[in-house]
Each structure stands twice: as C-alpha cells, then as structure tokens.
Design a protein around this ligand. Structure first.
Ligand code: S3P
Length: 172
C-alpha cells in the first residue's frame, strides 16, 4: 500500500496513532498540520488568527495534493477538517490508497478535547458547555466526508496500541 491516510475529528488521536504506526512499520510519516506549521513558520492557531481559515484551507489542500502525488510510500495524518474542504475527500481512495477514519463518539471526543482545546482555533474560545453541542453538530456535518474513508476504526475505549493493531489488521 503506497499511502496510508488517517483522518477523523480533532482529538481522535490521528497524530499519535500515525506516529506509532510509522514507528512500527518503518513507513515515513507526514503530518499535514506540522508541515503547514513548518512551511509558514506559524502555529495553526496563529495562521487562523492572522491569515484566516480560507488561507489555511487552501494551503492544506495544496500540501495534501502534493503528498498524494509523490511516489513515496507514506503515512499521512490529516487535520480534522481536511476531508471536508476543497473536494479533498476525493483523494481518500484510489489506487494504492487506504484511508482510515478514526471514529470516536461525541462523549469520547468531548472528554479528550476539554484538556487539549487551547491549540485548536475552532474550539479554543468555547466554554465546556458550548463545546459539547458544537462537537455534536460539527461531527454530524462532517460525517459524510469522514465516511468516505476506506476503513472505519472505532477509537472508543481503545488504547493507541489497540487502534494501531486494528489498522495493521486491515492492511494485512
Ligand atoms: C481542524 C483541526 C486541526 C487543524 C485545524 C482545523 C478542523 O487538526 O487542522 O485547527 O477543522 O477540525 P487536528 O484534528 O489535528 O486537531
């Protein structure tokens, strides 16, 4: 498999699981958010604040296209919104591509995001009360795109290792 793509909502563990999967398989990892931060020399939060979301989404699309076009075998960890903009969901399947939707319940995502929301511009300023409703609605709006993934892996009550093993099983 030439490209393994991980996608899912904020807090679903994409970056952590991709890192572990990369260590286990020795396949090179590309983390889309990190590449965007490196190229712009800005954090995702400051890109949203100073350049706006539209700028971010364009860059995200361009870099995702670049990663897919390369011949290199790789694991690509997407940002939570990547599949939902600029027809990026059309790049989740195809020859040599296996994509994995790391699917969490509203409750699981909410619990995880409470402690790590500061660096996520879409939710950073929300109260805990507001966040739950936001996640529920946002996840509903995005589920069409997430469900375009080749495989869906539940992350509820699962450890990193459990999820990595579930991905490896599908790839076997
Ligand atoms: C976003 C998710 C973030 C990051 C940006 C927008 C989103 O990535 O790309 O803040 O639209 O859901 P993570 O899913 O890695 O937090």
């Amino acid at each position: 498999m030439a490209k393994i793509i991980l996608l899912g909502y904020m807090g679903s563990g994409k970056s952590t699981i991709a890192k572990s999967l990369s260590e286990k398989t020795q396949i090179k990892l590309f983390d889309l958010d990190k590449i965007i931060e490196d190229r712009t020399n800005l954090s995702i939060k400051s890109i949203f604040e100073t350049k706006g979301e539209v700028y971010f989404r364009k860059l995200e699309h361009e870099i995702f296209k670049e990663l897919i076009a390369s011949d290199e075998k790789s694991i690509i960890s997407l940002g939570g919104g990547t599949p939902c903009y600029a027809n990026n969901h059309e790049m989740l399947n195809g020859d040599g591509i296996a994509s994995f939707y790391l699917k969490g319940s509203i409750e699981t995502l909410y619990k995880r995001l409470i402690s790590i929301k500061e660096n996520r511009p879409l939710i950073a300023d929300q109260s805990e009360e507001e966040m739950k409703e936001y996640i529920a609605k946002h996840l509903f709006d995005r589920s069409f795109y997430y469900n375009q993934a080749t495989h869906k892996i539940s992350i509820d009550e699962k450890s990193i290792e459990d999820v990595v093993n579930a991905i490896l099983e599908k790839l076997a």
